[in-house]
Ligand binder design. Sequence first.
Ligand code: NAD
Ligand code: UDP
Ligand code: UDP
Length: 325
Amino acid sequence: MRRYNERRRILVTGGAGFLGSHLIDRLLERGDEVVCADNLFTGTKRNIEHLLAHPRFEFLRHDVTFPLYIEVDEIYNLACPASPVHYQHDPVQTTKTSVHGAINMLGLAKRLRARIFQASTSEVYGDPTVHPQTEDYWGNVNPIGPRSCYDEGKRCAETLFFDYHRQLALDIRVARIFNTYGPRMHPNDGRVVSNFIVQALRGEDLTLYGTGEQTRSFCYVDDLVEAFLRFMDLPAGEDGAPGFPGPLNLGNPGEFTMRQLAETVLRLTGSRSRIVHRPAPADDPMQRQPDITRARERLGGWEPKVGLEDGLQQTIAYFDALLST
Ligand code: NAD
Ligand code: UDP
Ligand code: UDP
């Protein structure tokens, strides 16, 4: 791989967000140079505040729907609002971010012959009729509903990644990320883990949507970032041919109903909040659980290590500190 100096220089788009900021911490820890490109739509400077003076870190306020001409060795493309509340706030911009963002980052990767990682999502499976979801399942997605800007945007991004791979031999790594949680989630982003914890800590009612019997499988952020690095570091093929492109499901297969999650959060916070029901959002998937057989095989026995209660404790501690500042 070509290097711009003796260190790897890595671009992380969406690096001021929840997952991106944890990824950058790990990249800097292992000695890489990092350029973070983010328009701060859902990300915040607070997530990268501790890095601003770091000699190997650089922040660019940049929107990935516009071209970006810089020199790097590798790209992690994470820029995109991820919570339903945020991505439905400006759905046209969400599709543009996924699709134009992918085109620009793939164009950059093509010019540089750089390896490029795409943060795709379990939402490409929609409301799945196959359970648990394997990578060869094509999904059950509504193309015209309120979630479509995100789901179809991410599906189109996958199409672009695989076409640049086939047509131009670009070395791509497409990860389908399942629900992930941890410190630095946005307190108001409306995702279930942050909502329940913030509500419990404030003594407000926990808002359980629909029956509460729908399921999700929650992965702690450190386990996920470890998988990102292992996936991206899989070697290229013979004579510099692209390595394994994925798609690869990444997540924790432990599956819980939203009612179980609400009860667990109440127990761990010792909160006296009540659980109240709210209508289910449109097209809310009823069940979700990753089949991670392929990730285990490909990523040298990678396995999520942090159980839900341990991860929730750390996340509760984060929000507790945040809310008291
Ligand atoms: P996040 O909202 O915390 O981070 C997204 C970041 O992208 C933010 O910093 C935001 O400001 C930035 N961004 C948004 N639009 C942009 C644009 N046009 N140009 C530049 N930056 C832009 O969300 P997250 O949970 O950290 O998600 C990161 C990525 O992982 C997203 O692509 C998301 O779709 C994907 N993902 C996350 C999860 C999860 O459970 N956390 C699950 C599946 C997929
Ligand atoms: N691009 C970019 N940075 C680069 C190279 C390309 O942002 O270093 C953008 C460019 O604006 C273009 C997109 O990536 O719109 C796709 O580039 P590609 O070369 O694949 O397509 P083309 O320019 O031939 O349409
Ligand atoms: N949910 C809930 N209460 C909330 C927020 C979400 O019951 O305050 C439910 C939501 O309906 C969905 C699940 O929790 O069934 C996960 O929602 P989230 O927005 O976190 O992620 P996604 O739907 O994208 O998996």
